[in-house]
Design a protein around this ligand. Structure first.
Ligand code: LLP
Length: 430
């Protein structure tokens, strides 16, 4: 929390709106996004490409957070978006997002999803496997349509938050393997079908990555593949898509490079390769999700019950939990929290900040430092914008929270809180 995030009343402000006020106005649990931060993240990525003088697209990986409003913001920012399901595609269509700026990903897109993508003429379909090449060929033939495609490959790089392994991650459900010649075979099939316009190659090495060498390695692998294809088939990739995965800070222990600096390193790697091999520099596409919406998201909860047991860490419970943020339970993900009305107050105790779900694993933050607090206080988890709401569930039949966009001192409801009726609206009596 910076002092600029605190208003004159000493409260946390999000997009210039008082967090306590938002909690009162919309109730909790509540997900709030600072839209200015979202826009700035996209713009920072674009600036790097412009400074480096290469053609590019910034494609927002909307699996991180998908709703009508976020596609509207991405359209305003001139970003592309990637979708991974008929549902995300449908949402983008309904938001009026330009279809030529959509990439369609997924390792098992269904026939109806592919038909939907062809009918709506999405910008590019990321071909993931041989079954899909055949299925899409058939659909294009039936519909007498053409479509742009890229091939997704597994570059043989596995990068975790703090390590980078060259040979790992060959064993993945996604994409065509490089070493075994599968990627070459896929290219042969694609080039043989005039209904495909093959524009380039894609790889994604993982998520929440801190080690820049993993990204550089990915850029290099794609360059090598591209020059191999030029030599072997005379095929020139127009686009190298290096995926997303740029790590962000969740707690003070996380100190990644600014996300756009990962991109600068990739661009430099690709430019160097191209100049050494006298190749034209291709378009470079990136697909960040977390780095665009993660830091911009805030989860507001109201503190309720408390359990103190001498000799043990106390439990402080809030009115949300694993239903609106499964990441701590699923990945041991860590977050930090502040009180909405005194975000700069010194911590006085460490508690287990837990949710209201009927599971012992429903712990949002273990050993969470908090100032003196009581029932009714609003606690705010920071950097919850990515993979929180998008992975939310109705476990225990809790309604999903509302989502609010805040920008320049204005707040706007963009997803309504689910009602109890919403929970039963698809149920049928037996
Ligand atoms: N492109 C592709 C092909 C992807 O599979 C992903 C993420 C991205 C881009 C965006 O990655 P990002 O920039 O957001 O790291 N649920 C997990 C993250 C799963 C990421 C899956 N793929 C979590 O909550 O950490």
């Amino acid at each position: 929390i910076k002092t600029s995030d605190v208003n004159d009343a000493g409260h946390l402000q999000i997009g210039g709106v008082d967090a306590d006020f938002l909690a009162k106005k919309y109730q909790t649990p509540l997900q709030v996004f600072d839209v200015t931060k979202i826009r700035q993240a996209v713009q920072a990525f674009k600036r790097v490409f412009e400074e480096e003088g290469v053609d590019y697209e910034v494609s927002y990986a909307s699996k991180a957070f998908s709703c009508l409003a976020i596609y509207q913001v991405m359209a305003e920012e001139g970003a592309h978006t990637d979708v991974v399901s008929g549902g995300e595609l449908y949402t983008a269509i309904k938001a009026g997002f330009p279809m030529d700026k959509v990439s369609f990903h997924g390792n098992n897109k269904t026939r109806s999803e592919l038909e939907m993508a062809v009918d709506n003429q999405v910008g590019v379909i990321m071909l993931d496997n041989f079954h899909e090449i055949d299925l899409l060929s058939q659909i294009l033939k039936e519909k007498k349509a053409k479509i742009k495609v890229m091939l997704r490959v597994t570059p043989g790089i596995s990068a975790h938050t703090n390590e980078y392994i060259q040979t790992g991650q060959v064993d993945s459900k996604f994409g065509f393997d490089l070493g075994s010649g599968q990627a070459d075979l896929a290219l042969e099939k694609v080039l043989a079908n005039p209904d495909f316009e093959m524009i380039g190659v894609h790889a994604h090495i993982g998520s929440q990555i801190f080690d820049v060498r993993g990204f550089e390695g990915c850029g290099q692998k794609l360059c090598e593949l591209s020059s191999h294809w030029l030599e072997k088939y005379g095929y020139q990739c127009q686009v190298l898509n290096v995926g997303g995965g740029f790590g962000i800070s969740y707690t003070e222990a996380d100190t990644p490079l600014p996300a756009e600096e990962f991109v600068r390193a990739i661009v430099k790697e690709i430019k160097t390769y191209c100049s050494q091999h006298e190749m034209p520099v291709p378009q470079i596409w990136i697909e960040p999700g977390r780095a665009i919406v993660g830091p911009a998201g805030y989860s507001l909860y109201t503190i309720g019950s408390r359990k103190d047991l001498p000799g043990y860490t106390s439990y402080v419970a809030v009115d949300g939990g694993m239903g609106d943020n499964i990441r701590p339970a699923l990945y041991q993900a860590e977050y930090s929290a502040v009180l909405a009305d005194q975000p700069l107050a010194e911590p006085e105790e460490k508690v287990n900040l837990v949710g209201k779900y009927c599971e012992s694993g429903d712990i949002l933050i273990k050993n969470c430092p908090l100032p003196k607090n009581e029932p009714g206080d609003v606690v705010v988890l920071l950097s919850t914008g990515a993979y929180g709401y998008s992975m939310a569930s109705n476990y225990n039949r809790n309604p999903r929270p509302a989502v609010v966009f805040a920008e320049d001192g204005q707040d706007k409801l963009v997803i309504k809180r689910e009602s109890y009726y919403d929970l039963i609206k698809n149920d049928l009596k037996y």
